[in-house]
Design a protein around this ligand. Sequence first.
Ligand SMILES: [Zn+2]
Length: 140
Amino acid sequence: MTGTIEATGMHALTGPFHEALRRGELVVQHCKACDRNIMYPRHLCPFCYADDLDFVAAPTTGVLHSFAVHRVGSPTGFEDDLPYAVGVVQLPGDVQLLARLWPDADGGWDAYTCDAEIVFRPADAAETERRPVAWFGLPD
Ligand SMILES: [Zn+2]
C-alpha cells in the first residue's frame, strides 16, 4: 500500500507522522538544534539547516486558516470520497498542515469558519491506512 512512498524514499521522512496517525496521535517534526517545530517533514531544518531532527507530540487544537469543500471534480482516486473538505490548520508553534475536515452535525461543512478553533480528531485505523492524513473537526 505504501510501495510508491517507500520507493521514493519518502517513507523514512514521513513514516513517524504516518505511524503516529495510525496510533491516533498527531506529531510534527522538531529541530533539536534550534528548538523549532517543522511541518512538513524535511531532511534538514529549514531554519538552521541542522539534521538533528526528531518528532514530538503536536498540539491537538489549532486554527482553521482556510478550507475548501470538494463536491465535484476531485483528483483521480478521490471520486468515492466526494463530497469532502480539506483545510489548512495552523497549530501553535508556527506549523501548519493540510487536513481533512469531518462533516458538521448537519452532514456538511457550513459550521466551519476561517480563523476559528479546530480540534484534531483522528480517523479510525482502516481510514488512516487508506488515506494517511490528519483529520480535524469542530470543538465540542
Ligand atoms: Zn533548526
